[in-house]
Ligand binder design. Structure first.
Ligand SMILES: [Zn+2]
Length: 119
């Protein structure tokens, strides 16, 4: 690695730059990765458009809160909002699927009934 202060090449395991004596913080300090959390915004929008509008909108509301809470440092709140968004996505998806299934069955029955009537 390289010294941040003077740019000299420093052995990876050294805690200090041999050239200028600057502490090698990159190695000593554990760098926490940037907090990334799935916010389910895409899923929420898909659910809203394709499946079930009320639950999709509820999911979008919670999904929109995730990033804001993350930026505010509210990890628990962000996780909570993400969980709620996920829950509403699945409820909306399930209901949407059920409604579509019922429509298909009703249409199939209607087709069968009309073809039966023609005979
Ligand atoms: Zn240095």
């Amino acid at each position: 690695m390289y010294c941040n202060a003077c740019g000299a090449t420093v052995p990876d395991d050294s805690m200090q730059c041999p050239e200028c004596g600057a502490p090698m913080r990159a190695q000593a300090r554990p760098v926490s990765p940037p907090m990334k959390m799935k916010n389910y915004l895409v899923e929420s929008i898909v659910v809203t458009i394709c499946c079930c509008l009320p639950f999709g909108i509820a999911a979008i509301v919670f999904a929109a809160q995730v990033n804001g809470k993350l930026q505010a440092g509210d990890i628990a709140g962000a996780q909570d909002a993400a969980n709620k968004a996920k829950m509403f996505c699945w409820i909306g998806f399930g209901i949407g699927l059920l409604v579509n299934l019922i429509v298909i069955i009703v249409q199939a029955l209607a087709v069968m009934a009309s073809s039966g009537a023609q005979m």
